[in-house]
Ligand binder design. Structure first.
Ligand code: FAD
Length: 433
């Protein structure tokens, strides 16, 4: 068996897990110390807590609070190896993967690569808008939000400020709603004190959704409640509004309407990218890889796909499970159990998704929660949202710092992490007056 340098051959079967998101991390945590050699590969050396990216983007949390170093999690664990690398190809014939750092053979391969931003083939939108699918993109968003107002101060003509002050969020799912609400809170509580020379009545926040309502996967109650919260917070909500183009200055809708904005945040969908070597795999909606009820990629007996990257149907979910954290975690947990069972020659157990509900926060004291037939809004929902997210974050230190940050922000009405941190020269051009 070919090996990456320094990954020893073990007496235990080798499982390679690619992706240390919710699915991959849960799986690895359940498999280490269980007579497998576990090799975890991720392009980053940290796990990212995606539900809180928007708080990094809006200066509410430090990036380090929502990212956790993988090596720290697995310190001292025998027969476990982590490599920071990019998956490049799966060679199913030879049971090998090719990565940016070399080739490695596997006995069992688990793909948990998640999804990427979907621009639906529109290159212009991809080039000009901002996405939020990594901590670094969240930091980039924070920089640009803040740089815009630094730049607006230098513009001589008030009319020129319009595009620079407007923010457009495309996509009315939980991410779009949370971003729009959080920016609206900044417009109310933070920006006017930071930039007293700017007139923030000129700043408009839009949320655009192609479907006929926000939070389409949630209940009608949640959708209506979130919409009314956003409108009260000064956000312009446009549903049935599909974006056709964005040239970096003006966004064009299917209705012909145009909105001037230098900052467009694209949260309109995700897709699963192709993996060389797996061209023959069946694909579902959004390119998700079709798996059976054991997360197995047929016809291969030793390749599994879990989390956002996979699509599995069951009677209650004929379109597949939602691409959220719970299916990823539950699939990983069951796959670990099944791999241990099959080692003992026991039959695998088919997956059944237990929907624990869904939620979205809109702003200070405002959230919506659906749990079965129970629909909650307002302060109670907001407390539930806080509790669930605090419990889900990896690491006691992260949990503690997030709690302190949230408490501080709540009491002071201030998001204090408004730093523009960049590696290159400032984006703000010299203005000739
Ligand atoms: C902004 C945002 C907000 C969200 N909010 C919520 C929420 O409130 N509640 C909720 O339940 N869900 C939420 N989700 C969805 C949730 O985060 C995903 O469903 C979940 O992360 C899926 O887990 P996963 O393990 O399948 O993939 P991911 O968590 O995306 O992990 C994939 C991993 O694979 C790695 N990787 C990818 N490609 C490669 C490669 N080629 N080589 C090596 N490594 C690679 C990545 O670095 C990453 O670590 C949100 C998502 C986003 C983007």
């Amino acid at each position: 068996m070919l090996s990456l340098p320094n990954i020893p051959v073990s007496n235990n079967p080798r499982i390679i897990v690619i992706g240390a998101g919710f699915a991959g991390l849960r799986l690895v945590r359940s498999l280490v110390k269980r007579n497998f050699q576990v090799v975890l590969i991720d392009r980053n050396n940290y796990h990212q807590f995606q539900p809180l990216y928007y708080q990094v983007a809006t200066s509410g949390l430090e990036p380090s609070s929502i990212a956790f170093p993988l090596r720290k999690l697995f310190q001292g664990i025998p027969d476990f190896h982590f490599r920071m690398a990019e998956l490049e190809r799966v060679d199913v014939e030879n049971n090998q993967i090719q990565t940016s750092i070399g080739t490695l053979g596997y006995d069992i391969l688990v793909l948990a690569l998640g999804a990427v931003t979907n621009y639906f083939g529109n290159k212009e939108i991809e080039a000009n808008s901002l996405a939020m699918k990594s901590v670094s993109q969240a930091i980039q968003l924070r920089n640009i939000l803040l740089e815009n107002y630094e730049e607006a101060l230098n513009l001589p003509v008030e009319a020129d400020q319009e595009g620079i002050m407007n923010i457009v969020v495309v996509g009315g799912g939980p991410t779009g709603v949370e971003l729009a609400g959080s920016i609206a809170d900044m417009k109310k509580f933070v920006f006017p004190s930071d930039y007293p020379e700017l007139d923030f009545t000129r700043m408009k926040i839009f949320i655009l959704e192609a479907a006929d309502r926000l939070l389409a996967p949630m209940s009608d109650f949640a959708s209506k409640r979130a919409t009314s919260y956003l409108i009260k917070m000064g956000v312009t909500v446009k549903t049935g509004a599909a974006v056709e183009g964005y040239d970096g200055a003006t966004i064009t809708l299917n209705t012909g309407e145009k909105i001037a904005s230098r900052t467009v945040l694209w949260a309109a969908g995700v897709k699963v990218p192709d993996i060389p070597g797996l061209e023959n795999a069946s694909r579902g909606r959004g390119g998700r890889i079709v798996v059976d009820r054991f997360n197995r990629l047929s016809p291969h007996k030793n390749i599994y796909v879990i989390g956002d990257q996979a699509i599995m149907t069951e009677d209650a979910f004929p379109q597949g499970h939602p691409q959220v954290a719970q299916p990823a975690i539950q699939q990983a947990r069951l796959l670990a159990h099944n791999l241990l069972r099959s080692k003992k020659n026991l039959e695998m157990v088919p997956f059944t998704y237990h929907d624990k509900g869904s939620m979205a926060t809109v702003g200070r004291n405002k959230a919506v929660v659906d749990i079965g037939h129970l629909h909650i809004g307002g302060f109670i929902a907001w407390l539930i949202w806080i509790l669930v997210h605090l419990m889900a974050i990896v690491g006691t230190k992260n949990r503690f710092f997030i709690f302190i940050n949230w408490a501080w922000n709540y009491l002071t009405y201030d998001q204090s992490l408004r730093l523009i941190i960049r590696s290159a020269a400032p984006r703000i051009p010299q203005v000739m007056v």
